[in-house]
Design a protein around this ligand. Structure first.
Ligand code: 5AD
Ligand code: SF4
Length: 440
């Protein structure tokens, strides 16, 4: 009977991408993948540590795996990869001694070797976590039946926003050479993937770590859309401070570049933005968002917002509400500030009371929901190109897909259309979802 492996992915798209690479490695080693940990011989958790809650979830899952390992008389190998592994390093084994392998983000290519050593009993625990200063070894990924493939175009981040742990766990920014990315785009386009998602902590500073500065994000987009095939390029996440006119122009003239724009605001208060080291003011953000909307009218802007950053007063919070009101985000991921040990904000004075944070989050969500509903109506009576993703989760009779701007669309249609592009006329709009009919 063949061996079985499970990968459980937490956190961002970067982890989804790295899990696809791990999946390919397991399959190359002869494993069958399963979602059922009970029948697994090897379980890897690909972890996240962006907020405290993310780390808590991982430790919760590890508790469950401990019980399972005991039931299986120790016949279960547990591995941990991703940002929590990178952060906690050797201490993982001290805290959670039943974990066999701890591999940092730089080292996922070493899984086969490390696993062999554990299985042979040669070593009891393996911790392979290095500081991240090189490009990780190139490995292939398996995105399964999905019509979406992703490519990491940069690793790490140089911004050191004061709340964020990412630069400490993912290291300084390293850009993948342009020709390698284009090679991957060609490969995925040829295989028939319909969406190619570029990943990086700060995609639009792509190339800024290279001496000649010839390879930049605008050029990368321009070269990517020259690749033959019916696909669109999405990318997450750009940073407002690096959003050049060149990039706006390239997107505006190329329908093959997605109309989704995830532009993290973080706060609407210039004072807080300064304390966060974000590199832009309230007014600069609003001006940028308006300019983009003017030049690319079908763009759908989404964002990330943190409430309760240290020192945030009611006035500062009101500035955030103002920006949300003025810009009109189609969607927003909203978080209460969470202390991350080792980041400058964790030791700032004037930490905000948890109740105040929670109250502000509720208030912000109410406003954003109303704005999202309003933004949604702009799709009414429009014909939009939709990538069909699968049956709707709630109503199996309907298909679900996404627009170029990443809005969910539900419509009736044949299951054969899954993984293909269709045109849909929008007949009804709700806050999160559009409803329509396929246009023949
Ligand atoms: N607390 C709360 N939210 C955070 N984010 C990053 N770090 C923190 C933190 N310490 C949010 C930011 C970022 C998103 C991925 O997670 O909004 O854009
Ligand atoms: Fe974190 Fe800021 Fe880098 Fe984004 S840009 S990963 S928020 S440090």
């Amino acid at each position: 009977m063949s061996k079985k492996a499970t990968i459980i992915t937490y956190g961002c798209q970067m982890n989804v991408n790295e899990s696809a690479k791990m999946k390919q490695m397991f399959q190359n080693m002869g494993y069958d993948m399963t979602d059922d940990i009970k029948e697994s011989d090897v379980v890897f958790l690909n972890t996240c540590t962006i907020r405290e809650g993310a780390a808590v979830k991982v430790y919760g899952k590890l508790g469950e795996l401990k019980t399972l390992k005991e039931k299986k008389n120790n016949n279960l190998i547990i591995g941990v990869t991703g940002c929590l592994a990178q952060e906690v390093r050797e201490d993982f084994i001290k805290k959670v001694p039943y974990v066999d392998l701890v591999l940092g983000n730089q080292n996922i290519a070493k899984i086969p070797d490390a696993l062999e050593k554990i299985q042979s009993g040669e070593i009891e625990h393996i911790v392979l976590v290095e500081d991240e200063d090189e490009l990780p070894k190139r490995v292939d990924a398996d995105f399964g039946d999905d019509s979406i493939a992703s490519i990491s175009i940069t690793y790490g981040c140089n911004n050191f926003c004061t709340f964020c742990i990412v630069p400490y766990v993912r290291g300084m920014e390293r850009s993948v050479p342009l020709r390698e990315i284009i090679y991957d785009v060609e490969q995925y386009a040829r295989k028939g993937y319909k969406e190619i998602l570029f990943l990086g902590q700060n995609v639009n500073s792509y190339g800024s770590d290279r001496l000649d500065m010839k390879e930049n994000f605008a050029l990368l987009l321009e070269e990517s859309v020259k690749v033959e095939g019916d696909f669109w390029i999405k990318y997450v996440s750009p940073h407002p401070k690096d959003f050049t006119d060149d990039v706006i122009d390239v997107i505006a003239k190329n329908p093959k570049i997605s109309r989704m724009l995830h532009l993290p605001l973080q706060s609407g208060s210039t004072k807080i933005l300064n304390a966060m080291s974000r590199g832009y003011t309230k007014e600069e953000f609003i001006t940028l968002a308006k300019k983009i909307k003017e030049k690319i009218p079908d763009i759908g802007i989404t964002t990330d917002i943190i409430v309760g950053f240290p020192g945030e007063t009611d006035e500062d919070f009101q500035d955030t509400m103002d920006v949300v009101n003025e810009v009109g985000f189609e969607n927003a991921f909203m978080f209460m500030y969470s202390k991350r040990t080792g980041t400058p904000a964790a030791i700032m004075e004037n930490q905000v009371d948890e109740n105040v944070k929670s109250e502000r989050l509720q208030q912000l969500m109410r406003l954003q929901n109303a704005k999202a509903k309003e933004e949604s109506t702009k799709y009414l009576d429009k014909i939009v190109k939709v990538l069909v993703e699968g049956p709707s989760r709630k109503n199996k009779e309907m298909l679900s897909g996404r627009t170029s701007s990443h809005k969910i669309v539900l419509f009736k249609g044949d299951k054969k259309l899954i993984g293909k592009f269709v045109n849909v006329r929008i007949e009804e709009t709700k806050t999160w979802t559009l409803y329509g009919k396929i246009e023949e």
